[in-house]
Design a protein around this ligand. Structure first.
Ligand SMILES: CC(C)(COP(=O)(O)OP(=O)(O)OC[C@H]1O[C@@H](n2cnc3c(N)ncnc32)[C@H](O)[C@@H]1OP(=O)(O)O)[C@@H](O)C(=O)NCCC(=O)NCCS
Length: 164
């Protein structure tokens, strides 16, 4: 997608990023985890939470015609918070964001990254070369959420064009 731009997150992006993530939780991931658990998780993605968490990680957004359509982060060797606007799923945005954070990890000298995948995203990550290590149960305000720990060895050929 030519018009798609990936850039570093700024605090001004927080309201749009918050809305985008909450829509994914309550409209997509709800089918796997249920309404109550997703409402509990959504409460951790207010704009202020997004800004606070961004401080200790590399965080990027993708923009299409001035609208934020995706986000992803890298915290240490963990890829996290990969979400694409629900109106733009399956358009290649998620894979571009994932390549960008993997490129940044590689630039920082890492040979492998890991992530905690939501169950519906397993196929997407497997397509991108991740393998399941083990399921893990996470507690969100008393609600158990099963995630899959997945890892990927970064090839030497990985892109170096992540926003710095
Ligand atoms: C999972 C997600 C990040 C993928 O981003 P996306 O922009 O929709 O995916 P892309 O268009 O880049 O997909 C790339 C490939 O993966 C496939 N794919 C996308 N989502 C998939 C899924 N859930 N399962 C299996 N394959 C999937 C696409 O069909 C495409 O295949 P192709 O290259 O053969 O055409 C996005 O759909 C999303 O935000 N989902 C809801 C939230 C979520 O699960 N986030 C991850 C939390 S761990």
């Amino acid at each position: 997608m030519d018009e798609l731009q990936i850039r570093l997150f700024t605090a001004d992006d927080a309201p749009a990023v918050s809305r985008l993530i909450i829509r994914n939780l309550t409209e997509v991931l709800v089918s796997a985890y249920g309404e109550t658990a997703m409402q509990a998780l959504a409460a951790h993605y207010r704009p202020v939470d997004v800004v606070t968490r961004a401080r200790d990680r590399y965080k990027i957004v993708s923009e299409l015609h001035g609208e934020i359509v995706g986000t992803a982060s890298l915290a240490g060797d963990r890829v996290s918070d990969l979400f694409v606007h629900v109106d733009h799923h399956a358009a290649g945005i998620g894979s571009e964001l994932l390549s960008a954070v993997e490129g940044e990890a590689w630039r920082r000298g890492m040979n492998e990254v890991y992530l905690m995948a939501g169950l519906p995203a397993r196929g997407f990550y497997e397509n991108q070369g991740y393998v399941v290590v083990a399921p893990e149960l996470h507690d969100v305000d008393g609600y158990p959420i099963e995630l899959l720990r997945m890892t990927k060895a970064l090839p030497d050929t990985i892109g170096r064009d992540a926003p710095a």
